[in-house]
Design a protein around this ligand. Structure first.
Ligand code: NAP
Length: 308
């Protein structure tokens, strides 16, 4: 079997196009311009890239967008004060505090201080609770993006056995809630799961959110499954690259390692997934691209819900 590659790029572009149209419509019919504020603390290089892309995309789609870049040394109280100010500004619909935060800051308290109506990351306990009760809420972007990939690729979810490897608050747990809402039969696996390989090999839909390069190999993939690879790992080991990539992309990957020192790899062996699965999301170019698109969608949703 040669898997169909599910392009995150096309789906993300389609969602962004829909968001841009909705933003235009809100402006013309209701005089509303959805606004997203992104807060970044310190000099984490990955955070700078993520934040830059979020701010740029929101501006491109016609939203009001603002970025706060605060020094690494900022106190917990100062950051809390900023969040409260943003909560009280009526033109701000979405507030995103980019993680990780420096040690002196109580991350949980900051995330819980964000007005749940402006919590476009969907991490506030109120939104987590609403999601688990099947109420309308702002949903975490990465798992919500995965549902979009499945639906827009016409992959059936209802009645299917979905197995998620990973139980983080950001991906694994909300993924389980969303798949359950779509009427899948859901199993969550984690580092203490017994017989993980046996369980994974029963999955019609297998979601890997582990953080270990190429953890999912042929034995964990049921023939004809849909495999969603959430992982984002850097691989510099040439031998590992030779195990994970098939002839179709090995040369390109080895060149990337030679040039940059690493190549971006998911939690699934692309070689094995392509051979066994019916559908597969590549890394890069799969799930990752949906996360920003869904953040934009959430900001418009937040604007509509809060401003009625
Ligand atoms: P995380 O918080 O570190 O959680 C990893 C999960 O994997 C944990 O539940 C852990 O189990 C489980 N796990 C670790 N080793 C395992 C093993 N040997 N067997 C079975 N389960 C194991 O990670 P995360 O935030 O969910 O992220 C997961 C991956 O997705 C990372 O590579 C991250 O970079 C990527 N990611 C991508 C996006 C995107 O936009 N594409 C967004 C978020 C995350 P325990 O709970 O038992 O420890």
């Amino acid at each position: 079997m040669t898997a169909r590659i599910l392009s995150g790029k096309e789906i993300a572009e389609a969602i962004k196009q829909e968001v841009a149209e909705e933003v235009k419509d809100l402006a013309e019919k209701h005089g509303i311009r959805p606004g997203l504020v992104v807060v970044r603390v310190g000099e984490d290089a990955a955070s700078a890239v993520y934040v830059g892309s979020k701010v740029k995309t929101s501006a491109e789609l016609g939203m009001f967008s603002e970025q706060h870049h605060l020094p690494e040394s900022i106190s917990h109280e100062e950051l809390l004060k900023l969040v409260k100010e943003l909560n009280s500004r009526p033109e701000v619909d979405g507030i995103l505090v980019q993680l990780p935060l420096p040690k002196q800051i109580d991350e949980r308290e900051i995330l819980e201080a964000i007005d749940p109506e402006k919590d476009v990351d969907g991490f506030h306990p109120i939104n987590v609770g609403k999601l688990s009760q099947g109420q309308k809420s702002l949903e975490p972007c990465t798992p919500a993006g995965i549902i979009e990939i499945l639906k827009r690729s016409n992959i059936n979810i209802a009645g299917e056995h979905a197995v998620i490897i990973g139980r983080s608050n950001i991906v694994g747990k909300p993924m389980a809630q969303l798949l359950l809402r779509e009427n899948a039969t859901v199993t969550i696996c984690h580092s203490r799961t017994r017989n993980l390989a046996e369980i994974a090999a029963q999955a019609d839909i297998l979601v890997a959110a582990i953080g270990k390069a190429g953890f999912v190999r042929a034995g964990l993939i049921k023939e004809g499954a849909s495999v969603i690879d959430v992982g984002m790992n850097s691989v510099s080991d040439v031998e590992l690259a030779k195990e994970l990539f098939g002839a179709d992309e090995l040369e390109k990957r080895l060149n990337t390692i030679a040039k940059r020192g690493f190549t971006l790899v998911g939690d699934v062996s692309p070689k094995d997934a392509k051979e066994r699965a019916a559908n597969f999301t590549p890394v890069p170019g799969g799930v990752g691209l949906l996360t920003v698109a869904m953040l934009m969608k959430n900001t418009v949703e937040a604007a509509k819900m809060r401003r009625k």
